[in-house]
Write a protein that binds this ligand. Structure first.
Ligand SMILES: [Zn+2]
Ligand SMILES: [Zn+2]
Length: 290
């Protein structure tokens, strides 16, 4: 079975965040019925080809498709120069503003703050500058219990109730926020960690996230090869998940030597049962429903 290189799409409301952009990503996006024009943010973990060789194709296709909206690109040192040179020597220019922000790959620090979520860079240990990305949803407002709310309340009153404030109506009636609303679910979080040597310090960075993506290139019988190439084994990914107390672990970035992924899944589940495989084209909720 042929597997494509790394690319993940994190969707939140109407915003979509592309994480890595291996060769063929734009073709795959269309295949799974995603319009690339919806993209606003792209994050590249490192400059090995299997994580960004699809980027220049995607960027130039967006331009040909008459994109005019701003696009933000985050990635390691060198990526901005590479894009600039590729455009220069193909005598091309983009129709839209591309904002490149270089990641200081050895550090954990916030890199993006949108109305919906924050993104942090997290240091990974690989053969070249590599960064993971941690996405945290911001706390949401309380949810209205519509069935018991008096009809036709003004918008301001609804807003106050959702913010946890009590409301007094013009006729003197008092509405208590904790009666007419329920707490929002706790904010969700997703950490993307590929490629990396197993290192326990990473657990502190991703402590308690709902979903952790951690690479599992090899089975543990090849742990020496994993260490030499700065990759991890399925067992190590699971150990990291256990150490960090995450909700669920998703493994991926499997070596092409594994046609059947079951042994990788079994090995991880023996250490951390709430493990799933990253499978091309499949969608996963950051927090398991029910
Ligand atoms: Zn790599
Ligand atoms: Zn890789």
């Amino acid at each position: 079975m042929l597997r494509h290189a790394t690319a993940q799409l994190l969707c939140y409301d109407t915003d979509c965040y592309l994480i890595d952009c291996g060769e063929n990503t734009q073709v795959q996006l269309l295949r799974y019925k995603f319009r690339p024009g919806r993209l606003k943010y792209i994050f590249i973990s490192h400059l090995h080809g299997d994580h960004y060789f699809g980027l220049i194709g995607l960027l130039t296709s967006l331009s040909l498709a008459q994109r005019h909206d701003d696009l933000w690109l985050f990635g390691p040192p060198g990526l901005g120069d590479i894009i600039t040179l590729q455009l220069k020597y193909s005598d091309s220019r983009l129709n839209y503003p591309l904002h490149f922000q270089e990641i200081e790959t050895g550090q954990a620090y916030p890199i993006l703050d949108t109305p919906a979520l924050t993104v942090e860079a997290i240091p990974l240990q690989h053969r070249i500058h590599t960064s993971g990305y941690l996405f945290r949803e911001k706390p949401q407002l309380r949810k209205l219990i519509k069935e018991i709310l008096p009809p036709d309340l003004p918008h301001d009153a609804l807003r106050q109730l959702k913010e946890g404030r009590d409301v007094t109506l013009p006729d003197g009636q008092m509405l208590a926020s904790d009666v007419f609303t329920r707490p929002a679910p706790p904010p969700r979080s997703y950490a993307f960690c590929s490629d990396t040597l197993y290192h326990a310090e990473l657990a502190e960075r991703v402590q308690g996230v709902d979903l952790l993506y951690h690479e599992a290139t090899f089975l543990h019988e090849l742990h020496e090869r994993a260490a030499q190439t700065f990759h991890s084994t399925a067992r190590q990914a699971a150990q990291l998940a256990r150490l960090a107390g995450v909700g669920r672990l998703m493994i991926g970035h499997y070596s092409s030597r594994y046609k059947d992924l079951t042994p990788l899944l079994d090995e991880a589940r023996a250490v951390f049962p709430a493990t799933v495989l990253a499978i091309e084209g499949e969608t996963i909720d950051v927090r398991k429903m029910g």
